[in-house]
Design a protein around this ligand. Structure first.
Ligand code: F6R
Ligand code: ZN
Length: 195
């Protein structure tokens, strides 16, 4: 890990990210149960364990004086009529914010907090999204042939709580209707406490 100030690069369009410490890949097999249409999911995965999204991270200590930063790349695709998306999470240290800067592509961030509020913000190149502390977030690629690429930064000690979203889902999901992205109530959403 670096012990003096350092630089790294946001890749130019089409360039493979270089100089990052970690490269995480999320394939369909790691997303079983996340999409609405189970039959469409099984059909798709029978054709191959497609790469849905990737994360490139800079490795920093997990303390509040540090920042965790990197790139998130969601590939284009659909399972049934639901767009490729990240798992989504709350931060384990709930009261921590996050910044996303959209670099490429078309998408949205689906968000909600523990008080029942939700929000969906469009991500387009140049847009900076400030996610308030306490809001779960999932990026969704609503484009048809381009990667959704974002640069993110969040407090070093935030950590991740995936279990809450894995159990209850997000209140809203993004489906394609007449070729366009639509915000739809999640029919499988489970109210906290009713499990
Ligand atoms: C970190 C963060 C992003 C996501 C990435 C993948 O707090 O929000 O780096 O981790 O977009 O999404 P998840 O973590 O939901 O699989
Ligand atoms: Zn996050």
């Amino acid at each position: 890990m670096q012990t003096v100030p350092f630089t790294y690069r946001i890749p130019a369009s089409g360039e493979t990210p270089a100089g990052y410490d970690r490269h995480l890949t999320r394939r369909l097999s790691s997303l079983r149960g996340f999409f609405q249409d189970g039959a469409a999911f099984e059909k798709e995965i029978s054709l191959g364990d497609t790469l849905v999204y990737e994360v490139y991270e800079i490795n920093r200590p997990e303390n509040s004086g540090e920042l965790q930063t990197g790139l998130s790349i969601v590939h284009p695709g659909l399972i049934g009529d639901e767009y490729y998306m990240t798992k989504g999470h709350f931060h384990a240290e709930l009261q921590t914010a996050e910044i996303y800067h959209c670099l490429q592509g078309e998408g949205v961030m689906v968000m909600e907090n523990m008080d029942g509020e939700w929000a969906v913000e469009e991500l387009r190149p140049g847009v900076v999204l400030y996610i308030l502390p306490g809001w779960a977030h999932r990026s969704v690629n609503t484009g048809h042939d381009e990667d959704l690429i974002t640069y993110f930064a969040y407090p070093g000690h935030a950590g991740h709580d995936y279990a809450t979203i894995e159990t209850q889902g997000f209140r809203k999901i993004m489906l394609e209707r007449d070729g366009r992205p639509c915000i739809v109530d999640n029919p499988r959403w489970v109210a906290p406490g009713s499990r």
